[in-house]
Design a protein around this ligand. Structure first.
Ligand code: DX5
Ligand code: ZN
Length: 225
């Protein structure tokens, strides 16, 4: 199913990296009951980014919970050689994979490799990469992810330069490709990011870092209302 069919114009995506892993299933259910439907799953390989985060075995356990509610899982691959992992993530229940512009030599070829696994596909880029370089090769992607932190860790402060980068990217990309923002997104900056052209908002700390997860999720959604 294409990204366009999953998303309700705008989506706040809880980023599972910020979860309490001893209570992961319960936390996901609580968010699903509050209408969260798209979940972001961060994979770090200890190479492309410093930390090793989580992989297909974790995804496999939680994908059925999310799919039961009609939700979808967006896997953010912060890894070298992403193509090597597409089949395993597809098998584990991923709906989409987003790879990094900086991690591959051939962006269109990598997009095709994801489609061969019947995955939706996104292209992510780091704060030091120029939006124009990404836009030039991302025409066949389903989404483009503009990082608003250096990828790796959750809980870093939002980099304000992201506002302009999103705006620039919006002008460069075809209308049909939604822009996702990831890193330090919260109920204070989400609205401005939307004004600049983003429609998919990833948030770990701003949701999982709060006492009441459903409330934190709803606050983010309401900030866009
Ligand atoms: C980190 C990940 C992010 C992370 C965001 O590099 O790509 O998805 O979970 O965490 P917060 O929302 O805390 O910045
Ligand atoms: Zn991410």
């Amino acid at each position: 199913m294409p990204w366009r069919d999953w998303i309700r114009t705008i989506e706040v995506e809880p980023s599972i990296y910020g979860a309490d892993f001893a209570n992961l299933g319960d936390q996901l259910e609580a968010l699903l009951r509050s209408e969260a439907r798209i979940f972001h799953f961060d994979v770090g390989d200890g190479h492309f980014v410093e930390p090793i985060t989580m992989g297909p075995v974790v995804l496999q356990s939680i994908a059925p919970i999310i799919h039961r509610y009609g939700g979808a899982i967006d896997v953010h691959l912060m890894v070298d050689n992403p193509v090597m992992h597409f089949a395993q993530f597809a098998e584990a229940g991923a709906d989409s994979v987003t790879f990094h512009f900086e991690a591959v030599d051939d962006v269109p070829g990598t997009i095709r490799a994801a489609r061969e696994q019947e995955l939706q596909v996104g292209v992510a880029f780091n704060p030091e990469t120029k939006p124009e370089d990404v836009a030039a090769v991302a025409a066949d992607a389903d989404i483009v992810l503009c990082m608003s932190i250096n990828p790796g860790y959750s809980g870093q402060p939002f980099q304000e330069e992201a506002y302009e980068r999103v705006e620039e990217l919006r002008k460069l990309l075809p209308e049909r490709i939604p822009i996702q923002v990831d890193g330090g997104v919260n109920d204070e900056n989400i609205r401005e990011l939307w004004h600049r052209g983003a429609t998919l908002f990833v948030a770990a700390s701003a949701i999982f870092g709060r006492e009441d997860l459903p409330r934190a999720y709803r606050r983010m959604v309401q900030a866009l209302a």
